[in-house]
Design a protein around this ligand. Structure first.
Ligand code: PHE
Length: 336
């Protein structure tokens, strides 16, 4: 009983007192341990009762110790720090930057989302049907040539997609008009790497299918787009062109921002620079994808994201996008 009272009354307010308590009541040489050791000298008929009492004491000591230790621990963590010096400069940390192509892709997506386009994606490894055949490429079209296309397998042909027009086919096969979709993604062509060409680059495809869609809708949509992206002083022009999957087809030029219209390497001194191709979706393509060309018409366009990024940020060498030179990438820290 005496020891019980001692255990209960022991002051434990700091680590030293806690240690003293441990030595006195819990340690191998504590009073309780000594009493337990003396148990063998007690008459056998009393041993059980005394042993049980001692055990209770031992448990009480351990409980008291654990509680006191926990309480000390808590009060240590609620320690109040001295007031912070808010005038100290912040500790600098290396913040990463978004890649310029990613910034421009997001900006393009935002512009088209505002006029009701959704976003769609397709695989980079494509079959012949989606990359060529459904898009009305004749069997011997030069674009299917080994020189342009990276083939993964031959017969049946599987290749790295050469353009995002393959996603048009997938969307048309899987949904019903009206369709308004934008498909950004990587494309591959077997070209030597230089300042102006790469074997891997990015395109963004647009597709709009509905009743009574006309070439005027195409023009106005792209006009809206370039003004949003480059500012209201940019000019746009369409040049007649040819793609197997659009009829009529056009190449889209904008006034060159790098030379401000005076002529430079980028625009081959014409004051205009091409940003992509476009046209009215060929009726054969609509048929191939299960859409009735008597009922629906549509336009499609495809643009190079690298080309647009070059023009927007006056970048003159495509290779910078894949070299991961932080001196280049850091320049985009404050954009977007
Ligand atoms: N797919 C074409 C290209 O890679 C671009 C394009 C897309 C043209 C859609 C017309 C319509 O160059």
């Amino acid at each position: 009983e005496q020891i019980q009272a001692q255990i209960a009354d022991f002051r434990i307010e700091n680590k030293e007192q806690l240690e003293q308590f441990r030595l006195q009541f819990i340690n191998r040489k504590s009073v309780i341990a000594e009493l337990l050791a003396g148990l063998k000298d007690i008459a056998p008929e009393d041993r059980k009762a005394v042993g049980a009492q001692l055990n209770n004491l031992k448990n009480a000591a351990q409980t008291r110790f654990d509680e006191a230790a926990a309480a000390l621990e808590n009060s240590a963590s609620s320690f109040v720090a001295p007031p912070k010096d808010l005038t100290l400069p912040a500790i600098p940390f290396a913040q990463g930057t978004r890649h310029p192509l990613s910034l421009v892709r997001s900006e393009i997506i935002g512009i088209f989302e505002r006029i009701g386009f959704n976003i769609s994606e397709g695989p980079e490894i494509e079959d012949d049907w989606h990359n060529f055949t459904a898009l009305n490429f004749p069997p011997n079209h030069p674009a299917r040539d080994m020189q342009d296309t990276f083939f993964v397998e031959k017969n049946p042909d599987i290749a790295l997609r050469t353009h995002t027009s393959s996603v048009q086919v997938r969307v048309m096969e899987n949904s019903k008009p009206p369709i308004r979709t934008l498909s950004p993604g990587r494309v591959y062509r077997n070209e030597a790497i230089s300042a102006r060409a790469h074997c891997m680059f990015h395109q963004v495809e647009g597709l709009y299918i509905d009743r009574n869609v006309s070439f005027a809708d195409l023009k106005q949509t792209l006009y809206y787009f370039v003004k949003e992206l480059f500012g209201s002083d940019v000019k746009i022009r369409f040049r007649p062109s040819f793609f197997p999957f659009t009829e009529p087809s056009a190449e889209i030029d904008i006034s060159c921002r790098i030379c401000n219209g005076d002529g430079c390497q980028m625009c081959k001194h014409s004051g205009w620079v091409e940003i992509g191709g476009a046209g009215m979706v060929d009726p054969n393509v609509l048929n191939n994808c299960g859409i009735n060309p008597e009922e629906y018409t549509g336009f499609a366009f495809g643009m190079g994201i690298e080309r647009i990024t070059n023009l927007k940020y006056q970048i003159r060498d495509l290779r910078l996008f894949t070299e991961n030179d932080v001196r280049f990438l850091r320049q985009f820290t404050h954009i977007g």
